[in-house]
Ligand binder design. Structure first.
Ligand code: HEM
Length: 394
């Protein structure tokens, strides 16, 4: 990533090409003009050899993150109610109580005055939140931590996946699955699938005994179990499990990364920290619980979080595999090749962000906002109108 950033910055390139493992040419779109062409296409995700999505398939199945084409379109339509902004409103109490538990866990470290790696604690908090919001699952995630077998399994799977990405010789499935780590990965996948199946079956049982939910708030699992297409056909059991696994992973790992980096940036930038702190003190006025209305009136904190996600994109890139040749910036890329969209680079391209390595709250305040969805794809709500509307509720 550093090399791509250097090349793009020095040469002001819109596409950077390099040889991956000496044999595979990879194209990286790093400028809004070139990214737009890829984002407007409906090319599928790369699931072939070395494809990032393909490697996650044995864990996440054919859920929204990995599927493409007709399957993605149908399931996305069925699950769209789950992405509605309003669905978040009843969850504010859960956010408050999850955050209280997180702060409690942090207190222990505050007393020691020593540095603390916040990521594992934030991950527990986001996993707890997504399990409670989307699946109404009330486990002791934050108190048990890695002692909770599901937490331990998800955390280890994410670690093994990241390790594999950095070891191209393990991209061959056959080779990977005979290594001890590959076998461990498989075993853990089986465990998390069993866990998700248990959660699904329990809810199916509730439907059988109590009927479908009528007067309570619908969570993500209810939406999955009740969704029907025009022909009255719902999602298969495997589809539901894939979406559950996808939501659990996508919903906690990305947010954990975004929050951890925001905490890091707050610590590093005292002036901005003071600005955000005084905004919140004034707004909350010693009230420890944040309300839905409060969330709409935190412009400085919102700008800070967006700036933090611009500095370090929680998902640094996504990619697509071409099914037909594509011309980008006068280069025709043949069918079959993988094109990466370097989200991190898009957030740092000097043509768009002249002082890209400096945190500036003004960039994202209403009066000064000049970021378009293509320049700042991390925020999906602004990208909705594009055909490639797979960026989530980030
Ligand atoms: C800071 C937070 C987040 C960031 C930066 C982020 C980023 C992304 C990106 C870049 C993609 C596109 C992947 C691709 O098309 O190749 C994506 C897809 C997705 N994300 Fe997120 N995400 C975040 C939070 C969440 C949360 C909280 C959930 C669920 C509760 C979620 C669920 C999904 C799903 C289901 C998809 C696949 C959507 C589709 O293709 O229709 N994400 N996310």
């Amino acid at each position: 990533m550093t090399i791509i950033k250097e090349v793009a910055s020095k040469e002001r390139s819109k596409v950077v090409c390099y040889w991956f493992m000496f044999f595979f040419p990879e194209f990286n779109v790093v400028h809004p003009d070139s990214a737009k062409i890829l984002m407007k296409s409906s090319e599928p995700k790369s699931i072939g050899f070395g494809g990032a999505y393909g490697m996650m398939k044995s864990w996440l199945g054919d859920g929204l993150l990995i599927s493409s084409g007709k399957k993605w379109e149908r399931n996305r339509r069925l699950i769209t109610p789950a992405f509605h902004f309003g669905i978040l409103k009843p969850y504010v109490d859960i956010y408050n109580s999850s955050t209280d538990k997180f702060l409690n866990n942090l207190k222990e470290f505050a007393a020691t005055n020593k540095p603390v790696d916040v990521f594992p604690l934030v991950s527990l908090e986001t996993l707890d939140t997504i399990l409670r919001c989307a699946f109404s699952y009330e486990g002791k995630i934050q108190t048990e931590g890695l002692k909770h077998p599901y937490v331990a399994a998800v955390s280890r799977l994410a670690h093994l996946l990241a390790e594999r990405w950095l070891q191209p010789w393990l991209y061959w499935d056959t080779l990977y699955y005979i290594t001890p780590k590959g076998r461990e990965y498989r075993k853990l996948c089986q465990y998390v699938h069993d866990f998700s199946e248990g959660v699904i079956r329990e809810r199916q049982q509730t439907f059988l005994t109590d009927g479908p939910p009528s007067n309570r708030h619908l969570d993500f699992l209810d939406i999955l179990l009740t969704a029907k297409d025009d022909k009255g056909v719902g999602l298969s059991f495997d589809d539901i499990r894939a979406e559950v696994d996808t939501f659990l992973f996508e919903g906690h790992d990305t947010t954990a990364s975004a929050i951890s980096w925001a905490i890091y940036h707050l610590g590093k930038h005292q002036k901005e920290q003071d600005i955000v702190y005084s905004e919140l003190s004034e707004l909350l006025n010693n009230n420890k619980q944040v309300s839905w209305e409060n969330l709409q009136t935190m412009p400085k904190l919102t700008a800070f979080i967006k700036e933090s996600m611009r500095m370090i994109a929680p998902v640094p890139g996504v990619n697509r595999q071409l099914t037909s040749p594509m011309t980008i910036d006068n280069v025709t890329i043949p069918a079959g090749l993988v094109v990466d969209m370097g989200i991190y680079m898009l957030h740092h391209h000097p043509d768009v962000w002249p002082e890209h390595d400096v945190i500036k709250l003004k960039i994202f305040t209403r009066r000064h906002c000049r970021a378009t969805p293509i320049q700042f794809p991390t925020i999906r709500s602004r990208i909705k109108k594009l055909h490639w509307s797979t960026l989530c509720n980030g």
